[in-house]
Write a protein that binds this ligand. Structure first.
Ligand code: SF4
Ligand code: SF4
Length: 136
């Protein structure tokens, strides 16, 4: 799979974007996570306005796949499905605006430490966006 050539996430001990997540999932994300985890889709996601979105744990308010006991949004945490994480998680903090232009989300506290986004990553993000738009 594609993705960033390097990220500051682990070095910075950051899991901010895995908390109170509203990450939309593609069909291939859901299929892959079902195979890898053995879970039913409704165990890790729910559907809002026709789009399947990752669930958060009520105790931590963090993604169900984040290994953490803390609800502190600045606490570290490791993704338990990292190699198979959703496309939107792979491409974040690169996101699209209403004009379909890619930019780094201001909410990522370490966005300036990311390298230039490779074209394959942008393509992946646009394909995800097209699929999600088709569902909603
Ligand atoms: S918020 Fe940014 S730095 Fe933190 S885990 Fe997410 S992408 Fe990485
Ligand atoms: S799947 Fe992994 S990377 Fe994506 S929000 Fe959940 S814990 Fe974070």
């Amino acid at each position: 799979m594609g993705g960033w050539p390097s990220t500051p996430c682990i070095e910075k001990g950051c899991s901010f974007c895995c908390r109170s997540t509203e990450m939309p999932l593609s069909k291939s994300d859901v299929s892959r996570l079902v195979v890898i985890t053995g879970l039913e889709p409704n165990s890790f996601s729910h559907v809002i306005d026709g789009v399947r979105i990752l669930l958060n744990r009520s105790e931590t308010k963090a993604c169900v796949f984040l290994d953490t006991d803390s609800k502190d949004e600045n606490a570290p945490g490791i993704c338990s499905v990292y190699e198979h994480r959703p496309i939107g998680c792979q491409s974040y903090p690169l996101i699209l605006n209403d004009e379909d232009e890619a930019f780094l989300d201001d909410l990522c506290p370490h966005r300036e430490a990311f390298p230039e986004a490779p074209p394959a990553l942008l393509l992946m993000l646009r394909q995800l966006d097209a699929e999600i738009q088709g569902q909603s």
